[in-house]
Design a protein around this ligand. Structure first.
Ligand code: SF4
Length: 419
């Protein structure tokens, strides 16, 4: 680790603090009693990249701060509790106040079949994340596993999460999370399964959720070889498809993601992103549609991450940019976390590229994401301003929010049992 950002910059730009915390982690001072005070218990998370404490920074930036990994133990950041509030300090100096993400009451509930609801789905930020099936095949490949080297999914399932989730169980959790946590979005994530069965597996959940709740739905799977399956998802009302190619540099992609390289190859990911982005103007007008191409910053040179951002936005898709986290138990557990300073231009470019291409960022209501820096959160990392695009986005946000909230409320009303 080299340069420390000035405290005044962190205070003026919470996005910079969000990035710095991803890279440096945080220690928890004895003055905090997080579980007893409503904060979420640290759960390993579904995307294979996260773990940590969920907090909300000023400006409404939800974040998942590494606290369990070894690098966090020497972090200059500490979380303190003073006068009934939580504060982040750096080397003893106060940076900013934070809130702990509230622990949902339903985290202590069970499904009708007796399964803890958190073994079916958990909140990441403000949305419900579900990993509905058995572990990704790369983790169990014989003679040797070929999982992505940063990934922890094979360490999670069956520990914090269950490997079999029926449609009924998922529906119970979706309805409960909607009623108690007011979720607006459900995200499904799968790994690779032999026979490309991942979309077949998700479709029954999607149909039921749409029918009963009208909530927004996202799907993150490998790229299906039959691209017409994405037309079908669009017709079914899916709102987001996401393809994690992780690394834009082809040599590094091969090294970091051996299973993805052998099974699909990077081009399949890029072709699927391009194809799905072209579906924006087709399908039901009442369903927003975005395509994401996901990368991990910190595992390849920043210039390569910037090239990835430029490519993804050039085809009309929105980049999702995670920050590499060396999770305990993974192949990369002993690697150092990235230096935050060289990543600032990456996240600045993320915002600029989305604005230059007029992409619909931050339009869905009540979606805060803790595991990544959202493009709209990165506005403070660049001096460039886009007043006309900002104006258009504000109008879109208002319109889409109004329409969707009405739709969700109507579905809630219809779902309520008659008194
Ligand atoms: S495809 Fe890679 S990142 Fe995704 S679950 Fe499998 S091993 Fe993990």
């Amino acid at each position: 680790m080299t340069v420390m950002f000035p405290l005044s910059d962190l205070q003026a730009t919470p996005a910079l603090l969000k990035l710095d915390l991803y890279c440096r982690g945080m220690r928890i001072d004895d003055s905090c009693l997080i579980a007893e005070d409503g904060g979420r218990r640290v759960l390993r998370t579904r995307a294979g990249l996260g773990s940590g404490l969920e907090v909300i920074l000023p400006g409404g930036l939800w974040t998942n701060v590494p606290v369990t990994e070894s690098f966090a133990k020497s972090s200059p950041y500490t979380l303190h509790r003073e006068q009934g509030r939580y504060w982040i300090k750096r080397d003893g100096e106060t940076v900013l106040p934070v809130e702990l993400s509230p622990r949902p009451g339903w985290y202590d509930k069970k499904t009708t079949g007796g399964k803890p609801m958190t073994r079916v789905g958990t909140l990441q930020g403000t949305y419900l994340a579900i990993y509905p099936a058995k572990v990704c095949d790369y983790w169990v490949k014989k003679p040797a596993k070929v999982n992505c080297k940063f990934c922890s999914v094979g360490l999670n399932l069956g520990v914090d999460d269950d490997t079999v989730k029926s449609v009924e169980e998922v529906m119970e959790v979706v309805h409960t999370a909607r009623a108690e946590s007011h979720i607006t979005y459900v995200d499904f994530n799968t790994g690779h399964y032999e026979g490309d069965t991942y979309l077949d597996l998700l479709e029954p959940y999607i149909t039921r959720i749409k029918k009963e709740t009208g909530l927004l739905i996202g799907v993150q799977t490998p790229p299906h070889p039959d691209l017409s399956r994405y037309d079908r998802l669009r017709e079914m009302g899916v709102n987001r498809v996401s393809f994690c190619f992780e690394i834009y540099d082809r040599e590094l992609f091969r090294e970091v993601c051996p299973g993805k390289h052998t099974q699909y190859g990077q081009d399949r990911y890029l072709d699927a992103i391009r194809y799905c982005a072209s579906l924006a103007d087709r399908g039901p007008k009442t369903e927003p549609w975005v395509t994401n191409g996901e990368i991990i910053a910190g595992l390849e040179p920043p210039e390569s991450s910037i090239r990835a951002i430029n490519w993804v936005t050039s085809v009309g898709a929105i980049p999702t940019v995670c920050v590499f986290r060396p999770l305990a138990g993974t192949d990369y557990a002993n690697m150092p976390p990235p230096d935050p300073e060289p990543l600032v231009p990456v996240f600045a470019r993320l915002y600029e590229a989305c604005m230059e291409r007029g992409l619909p960022i931050g339009c869905a209501p009540n979606i805060h994401v803790s595991l990544v820096m959202l493009p709209e959160e990165c506005a403070g990392l660049t001096a460039k301003r886009y007043p006309w695009q900002q104006f258009k986005l504000s109008a879109m946000r208002r319109g889409i929010g109004w329409y969707l909230n009405r739709r969700f409320d109507k579905a809630d009303h219809a779902a309520k049992p008659l008194a």
